[in-house]
Design a protein around this ligand. Structure first.
Ligand SMILES: [Zn+2]
Length: 355
């Protein structure tokens, strides 16, 4: 039984009744059961359900029943009213439109977050070696005379470091085409990077800041890791966005100019992703271990660079550290690699390699 107010359409006098439903027929009567009425649900025109307002059932004879909106059983007139249907339809459309917008936004974000890096990696992995070499040579040419100036390292020092480099590089079978070049680079300071053609560029500023040959080899090992994993090309492609990557995938050769121009920009403004640094570290730790150098050397080198030159001659001296932020994860992995190295080689070898 649902309480309601009945207006018989003849007078404005309210009649307090109780209403109930039997199948398709609505019944109502006064509390003293002296008077009773009935009508089929189909013959009634219900008002819209509006929160806070009484629900009104218009009867065919001009009478109407008023029921408090929260007392009205939901199954009497489910979604019957035109306005209710419109609101319902709009609501569903609105949800559909909003869902559409959400799908588009999420897809775009996913494209830039995952799609571009994914495509960039596919392009970098499948680029013909000759093309990669030519891009490396072109960007080196673009840098020389502007960012990279002739080295001031003595011939003696260069010869020594080249010998250390080649001793290490030749100990890595399958490394491919690599070479080491020194430049003075006031603009990018203490830095080292691997170009797509296999050239490791080492700045005078970094060479002078390193404490010893082992620190030098640690940088080389890390940069060779970037080289082996094509990080320069992959990172520049990632930074260059969807259009260039799409162009490269379609085999559009004109996109390549953008990549070649992107390399100098990358060197000046940008740095590798954290994942790339971790991959280069992993490569370096393994390569160092294989040549009897404790892999923790790279972290020691970074820490030494961080500590050195507090009132440095030029602020750029710490550039390499800035572009390779040391964090607990990297140090932790280096220490794990170092423990494994010590376990394999024994403490004696580790001490010997430290000389
Ligand atoms: Zn790096």
């Amino acid at each position: 039984m649902t309480p309601a107010v009945y207006f018989d359409g003849l007078s404005t006098r309210p009649i307090w009744v109780e209403v109930w439903r039997e199948d398709a027929v609505l019944h109502w009567r006064t509390a003293d059961r002296q008077r009773a009425w009935q009508a089929s649900l189909a013959s009634m025109e219900p008002s819209a359900r509006v929160t806070g307002l009484p629900f009104v059932l218009h009867l065919a004879d001009g009478a109407h029943l008023q029921i408090e909106h929260d007392q009205m059983p939901a199954d009497w007139f489910p979604g019957h009213h035109r306005l209710e249907k419109l609101v319902d339809w709009l609501e569903r459309r609105w949800m559909a439109a909003l869902a559409g917008v959400v799908v588009v936004v999420v897809s775009l974000l996913a494209l830039f977050e995952y799609g571009v890096p994914w495509a960039a990696d596919r392009v970098a992995d499948h680029l013909p070696h000759a093309l990669e070499s030519s891009m490396g040579r072109q960007s080196l040419t673009a840098l020389e005379g502007r960012v990279l100036l002739p080295t001031h390292l003595s011939a003696e020092r260069q010869t020594h470091l080249q010998a250390v480099f080649w001793h290490f590089a030749l100990g890595m079978p399958g490394l491919g085409d690599v070479r080491l070049k020194f430049y003075s680079a006031p603009m990018i300071g203490a830095n080292a990077f691997a170009l797509p053609d296999g050239t490791i560029v080492f700045t005078d500023q970094l060479a002078s800041a390193l404490p010893d040959d082992e620190a030098f080899i640690a940088v080389i090992a890390h940069e060779l890791g970037h080289q082996v994993h094509h990080h320069m090309l992959r990172q520049v492609l990632r930074n260059s966005g969807a259009f260039i990557v799409a162009g490269m995938m379609m085999g559009d050769v004109t996109s390549m100019g953008g990549i070649t121009a992107g390399i100098p920009l990358f060197l000046i403004n940008s740095h590798y992703s954290r994942t790339f640094e971790e991959d280069a570290d992993g490569f370096a730790f393994a390569a160092l271990s294989r040549q009897d150098i404790d892999p923790v050397a790279f972290v020691h080198m970074m820490q030494a660079l961080q500590r050195s030159h507090p009132e440095s001659k030029d602020q750029a001296a710490e550039r390499y550290v800035m572009s390779h932020p040391l964090n607990a994860d990297r140090i932790g992995r280096a220490e794990a690699a170092s423990l494994a190295f010590k376990a394999r080689h024994g403490a004696g070898a580790a001490v010997q390699a430290k000389k």
